[in-house]
Design a protein. Sequence first.
Length: 184
Amino acid sequence: MHVTLRAREDVPSLRSGRCFGAVFWSLVRGSKDWFRVVHFSVQTDHVHLLLEADSRLGLIRGVQGLAVRLAKAINRELGRRGTVWASRYHARRLGTPREVRAALAYVLLNFCKHLGAPPGIDPRSSGPWFDGWAEMTARPDPTPLAEPQTWLLAIGWRRAGGPIRLDEAPARPPSPDSRDRATA
């Protein structure tokens, strides 16, 4: 499952040092026996997650609990009160190896799209522990997150194109200026 949590406009950057630490440790502690945080990417105003759950109800309760855990940690770290998330989470079920592979590339390389960063591994993601990079052979240490338990997220995605290249980052959306020039 690919889940996105979008922060309210008044919440400072989730990628900032103070805020990211709170988010990271909340994600590490967010897995349960029946709900697993497998991969993540923290952007300025949203968090992408690749999750597994043993049931539909487990997914719903797991995401709700994780969203609360994250919000409390962010508020505590920033010394603020109130709502952190702009709305309910957005979730997309991934059912094929191709969808899972595309989601992995999208989530782990999302910073290239949002920050205009060159191809590389985002330090504000689970990318450093991901063992499916075409350009990298070993993780620095064992992942602090849950290991995938489903065939699709553990092995199946590799059958849809093999290891992920760093240049597979999602494209940046065209700026409004470039669209105006293209139609002129």
